[in-house]
Design a binder for this molecule. Structure first.
Ligand SMILES: [Cu+2]
Length: 340
């Protein structure tokens, strides 16, 4: 049986495309998608996976077929034909990746915009209500230029998506990254905790900052990641859509125990969330009444806060102190030892 090479190539191309399209949707690499925004990120990822699968099969397939088909036969000691190049082929293999990259760039920018990446959030004081957005939805870049320094600096991250622009977020939570934990403060109720609870089905805004060094607030199931930067605000605005418990990961190497820096995110029904919040408020007011319990964890030193975690990890508080000692501490030590 002898199939003409054009038809064989066409058939191989069809099979390759079908396999790529199937694998692009069935790679199973992503965890559950728990936010409204996650499906867009997944669509982009699936598209890139489809292209990558096609390219992999094309390149590796050609390599394997060539290695078998054009191998050296027994007794053949002649040279191969001298090939100096193939201009049409070179144009094709430059044009196809160029167009592919351009399509991915435009598509990902479109997703970034629809997730609120172009909403230039004005950084605001954590204890006040968010500054109203003055953007016109059709002209998202305008505020970038019209930034008024008296209103604060631009926060990084994701703001209002075009369809939510001008809306006030029902719940905003302040997130503080510190070596080696995340702290969450609910400004309206004065609750500070080590786990993040949010109600399902409504927009939430996280105002993220860091106390000491760079951290990164990563929610894999929500397809969101944002740097936490000392002295600078960043935000994430999103809508959780699945009740459940999800990991919060620090995704920026931030010190010796970076690997253990994590927290839990609980997406609850609005009723459960309100009940939890009231419970936390009650606990907080009891603590201030009898004053036997230390003030809320925001006022703890990071050593105090970390004590239960370090014990679990088998690290003594002394080690932690040494790790945390700054040049000033060293200087004090020296001054004391010199006096002796
Ligand atoms: Cu960290």
């Amino acid at each position: 049986m002898n199939i003409p090479s054009q038809i064989a190539t066409l058939l191989a191309g069809i099979v390759l495309t079908l396999i790529s399209l199937w694998y692009g949707q069935n790679h199973g690499l992503m965890p559950v998608a728990a936010s409204d925004e996650a499906s867009q990120v997944d669509a982009l990822f699936n598209m890139m996976m489809t292209i990558a699968t096609g390219l992999f099969l094309l390149v590796e397939g050609t390599l394997i077929i060539s290695a078998i088909r054009y191998r050296r036969r027994k007794g053949d000691n002649t040279d191969g034909p001298p090939v100096h190049g193939n201009i049409p082929l070179e144009i094709v293999w430059t044009a196809i990746p160029a167009v592919t990259v351009l399509i991915i760039a435009v598509y990902s920018f479109e997703i970034y915009n629809s997730m609120g990446g172009l909403d230039p959030m004005v950084s605001h004081d954590h204890h006040h209500a968010p500054v109203a957005h003055t953007n016109s939805p059709g002209n998202p870049g305008k505020n970038l230029l019209a930034l008024d320094p008296s209103r604060g600096s631009i926060a990084l991250g994701l703001g209002a998506s075009p369809e939510h622009q001008g809306e006030v977020v029902p719940l905003s939570v302040n997130v503080m990254g510190l070596q080696y934990a995340w702290l969450f403060t609910y400004p309206e109720s004065g609750v500070t905790t080590g786990e993040l609870h949010i109600p399902v089905g409504q927009e939430v805004q996280l105002n993220i900052t860091a106390q000491d060094v760079l951290h990164a607030f990563w929610l894999p199931e929500f397809r969101l990641k944002q740097d936490a930067i000392p002295g600078r605000d960043s935000q994430l605005r999103f809508t959780p859509n699945k009740v459940g418990q999800y990991p919060i990961v620090c995704a920026e190497l931030c010190g010796a125990y970076h690997g253990a820096m994590g927290a839990q995110l609980f997406v609850q029904t609005p009723e459960e969330f309100q009940a939890w919040l009231q419970e936390q408020q009650a606990v907080a007011s009891n603590e201030t009444q009898d004053k036997t319990v230390a003030a809320n964890s925001a006022e703890m030193s990071s050593n105090e806060f970390l004590a239960p975690y370090t014990q679990e990890m088998g690290i003594s508080s002394k080690t932690l102190e040494q790790l945390h000692s700054t040049p000033e501490h060293m200087a004090q030590h020296l001054a004391v030892s010199n006096q002796l």
